[in-house]
Design a protein around this ligand. Structure first.
Ligand code: B12
Ligand code: SF4
Ligand code: SF4
Length: 343
């Protein structure tokens, strides 16, 4: 069967993307990942810390054609998330993107609807695959190549109008769509993110050492956090936005994005006391669920220890006796800090 005309296909996909609320749309050719050498160097230096899945999927990540045979175009889509701080009453810090429903589900559903609606308008046999985060696609590199924005020195894709409070979704397709020009770099001489990162994780522009990144320890790492890394966490219990908070491209957006119709997230003490049912109700459909209940309680224990938050002492003493290695280790460590600091 004939493939649809490429300009018509582009127009239809763009219109359907808009209809689904994506605020940025761009197309890159589905050739080799534009950053493959950088990525290989990054892995080679062990900067991925314990994220073994990045090593295991490195071959697939080299090209979208490994994800969809005959792929010719990568459609990059972006949607803003709330830019309002998402902190608990006691100052426990959560990444802003964690507010509301998990973007993996919501953006995926929107991108799948986009494809389904486009199919009705574009007859012919064409293939498409939707990717949101968990597929081994070099998302930031393709977003930049598709002109969505540029890769800032903090590693995030920045759009000159919408800043970096953006989440990305992709449609890989065998449609031959006209590509956009790549996004031009606009960081200039600014180095605010490199200076502001509280742990020195941005070892040079666009090169992140995950073993120093708070987002890595609080979201991705399973089990005990080594003592040397615990001190890096500060008040953060889920993810970290510091290198985006200081970015001048985000300054005009303070508080913008989808409305924040949600109760403040749980404090350290509330997290430590949270049972399975309460966790499911609060975080069952949230991006926070990725860190797991025990993982977030481990982070809360570390944050309580660092803040010497004595309200958490009974919960920490109980957690220290649990057969949950990461949490018990963090709880014992926190209690030890209280003991070294008499009232
Ligand atoms: C693993 C991962 C992490 C890891 C490692 C992050 C990292 N910097 O590598 C951890 C857990 C630390 C993490 C943290 C965060 N993540 Co994350 N993460 C991913 C994931 C799954 C893979 C990223 C990856 O391959 N990293 C390896 C590094 C080496 O590659 P990279 O980040 O893509 O960077 C490459 C490009 O920047 C490229 N590059 C650099 N300069 C240039 C210039 C040009 C011209 C080109 C073409 C390419 C290029 O070279 C780099 C090396 O290959 C992606 C989704 C995906 N499938 O890609 C989401 C993703 C990158 N994460 C995302 C988010 C939101 C975050 C956080 C902001 C969450 C938070 N608030 O805590 C932080 C930001 C930390 C930071 N400063 O990077 C978003 C980013 C959206 C955006 N606007 O950029 C993504 C795209 C998920 C999504 N679908 O929206 N993340
Ligand atoms: S997310 Fe936080 S710890 Fe990681 S690089 Fe950015 S500022 Fe540093
Ligand atoms: S803070 Fe400055 S250097 Fe860092 S990403 Fe933003 S503009 Fe670029």
């Amino acid at each position: 069967m004939r493939l649809p005309d490429r300009l018509l296909a582009l127009r239809v996909l763009r219109e359907e993307a808009e209809r689904e609320g994506f605020t940025r749309f761009g197309v890159a050719p589905a050739g080799d990942a534009p950053d493959r050498d950088r990525f290989e160097r990054w892995l080679g230096e062990g900067l991925h810390a314990g994220m073994r899945y990045l090593e295991e999927t490195r071959e697939v990540r080299r090209s979208p054609r490994a994800l969809l045979s005959g792929a010719r175009s990568v459609v990059a889509l972006a949607a803003p998330h709330s830019s309002a701080p998402h902190d608990a009453a006691d100052g426990a810090r959560y990444a802003r993107y964690a507010r509301g429903a998990d973007y993996h589900g919501t953006l995926r559903a929107r991108a799948l609807r986009l494809v389904a609606n486009a199919r009705e308008r574009l007859p012919g046999s064409w293939a498409a695959r939707v990717c949101v985060d968990s597929t081994p696609l070099a998302e930031r590199a393709f977003a930049a190549a598709a002109g969505i924005g540029w890769v800032g020195k903090n590693g995030c894709v920045i759009d000159a109008v919408q800043g970096s409070w953006l989440l990305l979704a992709f449609v890989i397709t065998d449609l031959d769509l006209p590509p956009d020009a790549p996004g031009a770099e606009q960081c200039g001489a600014c180095v605010r993110c490199l200076e502001a990162c509280p742990t020195g994780a941005l070892r040079e522009p666009r090169v992140l050492d995950a073993s120093r990144c708070i987002a890595y320890w609080t979201i991705e790492h399973r089990g005990a956090i080594p003592d040397g890394a615990k001190a890096l966490l500060g008040a953060h219990v889920f993810g970290c936005d510091v290198c985006q908070e200081v970015c001048p491209w985000n300054a005009p957006l303070a508080g913008a994005g989808p409305p924040a119709a949600e109760a403040p997230p749980p404090s350290r003490h509330e997290l430590l006391a949270m049972g399975k049912g309460a966790w499911r109700r609060r975080f069952g459909t949230s991006a926070v669920n990725r860190a797991t209940r025990r993982g977030l309680q481990r982070n809360a224990a570390v944050a309580a220890g660092l803040a010497v938050d004595r309200a958490c002492l009974p919960a920490l003493s109980a957690a220290a006796r649990l057969a949950e290695p990461g949490l018990a280790d963090a709880a014992r460590w926190a209690v030890g800090r209280f003991e070294r600091r008499p009232l």
